[in-house]
Design a protein around this ligand. Structure first.
Ligand SMILES: [Zn+2]
Length: 164
């Protein structure tokens, strides 16, 4: 088991470009396992490779029904219908803000066995996957928030920094 350090807001790695996985080898399987171990230890509902400092397109989620791994995930469809819910992020401790996202999505990805997946998701699962795919593109919830929610988040972050 390898629980790795979760990179926090301010670490430039969270804003960098990530690279697709070209071959699912032992290294990729180990990365997926480390992400799951780190997610369970946090605990959280989702984690993306850049959050442990790895610039590769791999995310994991666990909504309490066991871990799922998505390699090279792509959101190929988003519903016009959106939903506003409170979100938090393991890289932004103490921040909880309202974020609007499409309610339903379709996701294409590879499984750790190299199998092509195409999944329809809605509600919390769709939200978690959108949040994690955003991490692969250097996007944080702050960037998705309304001006007032963003201000609230920055205030929550400054309180957190003061405690440090
Ligand atoms: Zn996050």
């Amino acid at each position: 088991m390898a629980v790795l350090e979760i990179r926090k807001f301010g670490d430039p790695v969270l804003r960098e470009k990530t690279f697709p996985i070209e071959k699912i080898d032992q290294e990729v399987k180990k990365l997926a396992k480390n992400l799951i171990d780190t997610l369970h230890n946090a605990p959280g509902m989702g984690l993306a490779a850049p959050q442990i400092g790895i610039l590769k397109r791999v995310i994991v989620s666990d909504l309490g029904d066991g871990p799922s791994v998505y390699i090279n995930p792509q959101i190929i469809w988003r519903s016009k219908e959106t939903e506003v819910q409170e979100e938090s992020c393991l890289s932004l401790p103490g921040v909880r803000i309202l974020i609007s996202r499409p309610q339903k999505i379709k996701v294409k990805a590879l499984s750790p066995q190299g199998k092509g997946l195409e999944l329809s998701m809605q509600g919390l699962q769709a939200r978690v996957i959108q949040h994690e795919v955003d991490h692969l593109d250097g996007i944080l919830i702050l960037d998705r928030a309304s001006k007032s929610e963003r201000q609230k988040a920055l205030q929550q972050i400054s309180q957190y920094i003061r405690i440090q």
